[in-house]
Design a protein around this ligand. Structure first.
Ligand code: NAD
Length: 289
């Protein structure tokens, strides 16, 4: 470390809470070292109440960039000088870039999702997609898929606060991407759900259903919806293969796990920080297997 940190070392960080378990410092520091970049990355435990002061400190200390995790992603967006088109539509930020004092907020979750599919040979352009969920991850996916040329996006959510927020998000996406058909339905409407899955190329779970410790749950109760030409993806990465993916795979669907989305959203953030491609294959082997 004494060889790595010098008087010129640039600092990057993660903010959110809890962050003690995060693999981000290891992943970014490994990549900085591997590419010979004079930068270091640390994690700060930051609650929503401290976001305003934290962003002011970024400016004072010239922190070069930051990843943002729960619960700060929405709050951070309020204090940026600029937002990327996706971050504006999602209303959340997971990557801040400090360019000579100007802070730009980006959201790389959706880019990570699209890239993960691409790495599995699936292109979302002109595709019909059904997304289960309308929370943070689901919205980032919905927005990025619309921006990247999906033909139709059907969002299903239970009638909670996320549902109301999704109505507004869809309105905003429609203003910017008029050629994408966007629909919102109640997740309890199983008839509509089955009908839309039957007409979709890709099914994505972006709800908490199936996440540890509830590994025995799946958001899809009627497994007859799985067919060989349906791609089924889950954003959940704990467990690595959810019950949804197990059942879809058994029915012959191509499946795409959530851990790749986590890797590729990090790769995208690294590119925004440095302009360089993270050594993704090595990072994947070392930190994601
Ligand atoms: P969130 O709280 O913003 O959204 C949760 C979503 O789940 C909402 O749509 C909510 O309506 C739905 N939901 C909750 N309980 C439900 C139930 N019982 N039945 C049906 N729907 C239910 O959460 P988030 O940040 O979007 O995270 C969702 C999942 O995505 C988590 O498992 C998280 O770990 C994962 N995630 C993965 C990545 C990745 O890179 N792979 C990135 C972000 C989030």
């Amino acid at each position: 470390m004494e060889k790595r940190i010098s008087g010129t070392t640039a600092l990057y960080c993660l903010i959110g809470t809890p962050i003690g378990h995060s693999g981000s410092p290891a992943m970014y520091n490994y990549s900085f070292q591997k590419l010979g970049i004079d930068s270091a990355y640390v994690a700060f435990d930051i609650s929503i109440e401290k976001v305003k002061d934290t962003i002011a400190a970024f400016r004072t200390l010239n922190i070069k960039g930051a990843n943002v995790t729960m619960p700060c992603k929405n709050e951070v967006a309020k204090y940026m000088d600029e937002l990327s088109p996706a971050a504006r539509l999602v209303g959340a930020v997971n990557t801040i870039v400090n360019d000579g004092g100007k802070l730009t907020g980006n959201i790389t979750d959706g880019v990570g999702f699209v890239r993960n599919l691409k790495e599995h040979g699936v292109d979302i352009k002109n595709k019909k997609i059904t997304i289960l969920g309308a929370g943070g991850a689901a919205t980032a996916i919905q927005v990025q898929c619309a921006l990247d040329g999906a033909k139709e996006i059907n969002t299903f959510n239970i009638k909670d606060d996320f549902y109301k927020k999704a109505e507004k998000t869809i309105e905003n996406i429609r203003k910017e991407v008029s050629e994408c058909v966007l629909n919102l339905y109640d997740l309890e409407d199983v008839k509509k759900l089955n009908e839309k899955i039957a007409d979709s190329d890709i099914l994505v779970n972006a709800t908490h259903v199936g996440m540890h410790p509830n590994e025995n749950e799946s958001p899809i109760k009627d497994i007859r919806v799985f067919r060989r030409d349906l791609v089924v993806s889950d954003v959940i990465y704990n467990p690595r293969k959810t019950k949804l993916l197990e059942e879809a795979e058994a029915a012959g669907c191509k499946i795409v796990t959530g851990i790749g989305m986590l890797l590729w959203q990090g790769v995208e953030a690294f590119k925004l920080y440095t302009g360089l491609e993270m050594p993704a294959k090595e990072v994947d082997e070392l930190f994601f297997k």
